[in-house]
Write a protein that binds this ligand. Structure first.
Ligand code: ZN
Length: 372
């Protein structure tokens, strides 16, 4: 089968994003989804298997989260999109009425699974749990995400691993990503043609190109010339240095068009998010706030980190951050209490610190949304 680039002009659907204000490269905007409008910049916690780990939907909502991300790869393997569809889709399944974004599954296939074969058609890999052979392609990824009931979907991309890949692999992944984008768009349009503009989910195309400026710029131009509602920046925060990440974010900033949201995949460190927001990024997702929390690490004012398992907190009556308005800090859970809960392996500690860390990133976004 031969696939060719089919560069399409943006459709009217791009008007789902409205720029409210800009200041020194920072964008304040609003994004209309079929289940409500969100304001940007915004951080989306990862509800990997349908839930943000150890938190109830109410606890997530109380932190100010507007969108939750769910992983196509994990949900496809278990319980499967057909099961979730039969239970009413992700919104009913996970008891979350607000917007849900699903990723394409590509990143997890390339990072978690044993990939047997990458061909023009798609990727064959082994299910790490039961050893079954699984095949994912742009068309199958679109079908899964639609069956899951996502409000925002991501085109299936070929993710370049930075380790031992070299420019040859970067170029191959870049070229394939764009051929797969065309196929993702064609399948998305076929599957959603019966839907009205208000019912249709939004589709994000993914920019690849590793750390190669030329490839990144061309990739961005191709994605922006396509019929997608949003621009996702993929293949960063995968092992490059902080400086390389920042250099690429700054390099891309002047080339974005203004009428679509810009989503930086897999970035959730406060400093990285600030550099992103100051260079035109509107949306972020990452497992970092919840993963760090489960390991006893909390962010405090100034984007610093404290390690709550440290013995020095054993008799400390202070909260994590007196300037924080999250449930955990507001209700006065002391460092001494949290340290003890971690020490004896009580899951409550991870939940309470997850609430704090997610709220920390929401407050960071609010700070930029409130700039005059
Ligand atoms: Zn807090």
């Amino acid at each position: 089968m031969v696939y060719t680039y089919l560069v399409k002009q943006p459709t009217d659907s791009t008007s789902v994003f409205k720029l409210i204000n800009t200041k020194d490269g920072i964008r304040q905007g609003s994004l209309k989804t079929r289940v409500g409008t969100v304001v940007t910049p915004t951080f989306m916690p990862d509800g990997t298997r349908g839930a943000v780990k150890s938190l109830s939907p109410q606890q997530v909502a109380d932190t100010g989260v507007q969108i939750v991300l769910a992983n196509t790869y994990h949900l496809h393997l278990s319980p499967g999109e057909k099961v979730i569809k039969s239970l009413g889709g992700l919104h009913a399944f996970a008891n979350r009425p607000g917007p849900i974004l699903t990723d394409s599954g590509g990143f997890q296939v390339f990072s978690l699974a044993h990939v047997n074969k990458i061909t023009e058609d798609g990727v064959t890999f082994r299910d790490p749990v039961n050893g079954d052979t699984v095949f994912l392609s742009p068309e199958i990824s679109m079908q899964i995400q639609l069956d899951l009931g996502a409000d925002m979907m991501v085109a299936f991309d070929d993710v370049t691993a930075l380790d031992a890949s070299g420019r040859g692999r970067t170029l191959e992944a870049y070229e394939r990503t764009h051929r797969w984008l065309d196929r993702s768009i064609a399948e998305f349009q076929r599957l959603t043609k019966h839907m009205s503009a208000d019912e249709r989910p939004l589709l994000f195309g993914v920019v690849q190109g590793g750390l190669d400026n030329d490839l990144r710029k061309k990739s961005l131009e191709l994605v922006q010339a396509s019929a997608v509602d949003g621009i996702a920046i993929g293949g960063l925060s995968v092992g490059e240095s902080r400086q390389e990440l920042y250099d690429m974010l700054r390099f891309l900033a002047p080339f974005y068009d203004s009428d679509r949201p810009h989503f930086l995949l897999g970035v959730g460190d406060p400093k990285d998010m600030r550099i992103g927001i100051e260079n035109g990024i509107d949306m972020f997702d990452c497992v970092l706030p919840t993963r760090n929390a489960r390991h006893g690490s909390a962010w405090i004012t100034g984007d610093k980190k404290i390690q709550l398992t440290n013995a020095k907190f054993a008799k400390d009556t202070k909260v994590i951050d007196p300037k924080c308005d999250c449930y955990t800090c507001r209700e006065g859970f002391s460092l001494g209490f949290l340290r003890h809960q971690f020490k004896v392996g009580e899951p409550l500690a991870g939940s309470l610190v997850s609430v704090h860390n997610i709220r920390y990133l929401q407050r960071l976004c609010e700070e930029y949304r409130n700039l005059k």
